[in-house]
Design a protein around this ligand. Sequence first.
Ligand SMILES: NC(=O)c1ccc[n+]([C@@H]2O[C@H](COP(=O)([O-])OP(=O)(O)OC[C@H]3O[C@@H](n4cnc5c(N)ncnc54)[C@H](O)[C@@H]3O)[C@@H](O)[C@H]2O)c1
Length: 345
Amino acid sequence: MTNGKLRVGVIGLGIGHGHVTAFNSLPRAEVVAICDKDNAWLDHCKQAWGTRYAFSSWEELVACDELDAVAVCLPTVFHDAVTIAALNAGKHVLCEKPMAANAEKAQAMADAARATGKTLMISYNQRFGSDIQYLKKYIDEGHLGDIYFVRTAWRRAMGAFPRADAPRLTGNYSRNWFNEKSMGGGVATDLGSHIVDLAMYLTGFPKVKQVVGVAYNKFLPEVLKSYGVPSDADDHSVGFAKFENGMSMQFEASFGSYIEQEKIVQAFYGDKGGAHRESGQPVKLFGQAAGQYVTTVPRIDMPGSSPMEHFVDCVLEGKTPIVTPEQGVAVTAILDGIYKSTGAG
Ligand SMILES: NC(=O)c1ccc[n+]([C@@H]2O[C@H](COP(=O)([O-])OP(=O)(O)OC[C@H]3O[C@@H](n4cnc5c(N)ncnc54)[C@H](O)[C@@H]3O)[C@@H](O)[C@H]2O)c1
């Protein structure tokens, strides 16, 4: 640390671009190093931000002595190796979601965090919405009673499939890994990991008993035909999980289907009340006493305005983040269950 500021290195400058801006806007953090394999983009970013170090290999950044923490913003297949190397090099880690390509790799990351004593937080940024924090408090206060069923979904309409390449100021770059199974792509791990995480977080991470599901690959091969790139990841996934406490969860994630418009939905059914959260609408609450009411979220204490701010606060103040490695493993195991169930036919 210098001048009380956490010295951060950011690896991968796609969403990592936003991490750099967020860390640099915080009074107690400073991005000292960046890394990307796209050298033209790396040079551009180094110039634009005046970052001290720019590496084209993540191994070099992880080994840099002038860093306290690393943000891992690479395609999902790299999360486990880079996170574990960074923890073993004595760095705290903020890793983008999903935690890893499967639960075994996620567990290895959690084990490394425990063994090194360093902070590992998964960047489930949707938890930092004020409506989610409001619902968390409302549910923890017991207003819904025993939650027996949860519906969680993020589905997009046709035309929103992940692109094979994307534009940036220094030229187009390949972004097809979202559509490739072997790279940790697929909608269950991408959008699905957010919505499973939200459902689990809000219901207190009950223990999973059984998961079934189907991961479909319906449209990507046709959508990507002209690019000649792999297209074997799931573009629509559905699932159902049963928990040891009696709760069940219905799950749906889609990169594109014939529906009216994009929607993110979480609905909670309890024996004393219910809650419904839908993108673009106020939270709706239902209860025996209150009847039905719609609420815009009142001002509440937030754990930070972003995962980056919360991560910096937790590292500097020795606090446990609201997203723990064990929770990341649990979410990844549910997603694994959907893929395994698909294979089981
Ligand atoms: N929290 C969110 O809402 C959110 C949003 C977008 C992405 N993500 C997650 O962030 C991660 C990255 O996604 P993205 O959208 O930024 O992907 P992206 O493909 O847009 O960007 C990845 C960057 O990493 C670089 N890169 C790839 N392999 C590399 C390597 N081996 N060494 C160094 N650099 C390498 C690429 O050149 C690219 O600049 C994924 O895990 C994704 O799921 C999370």
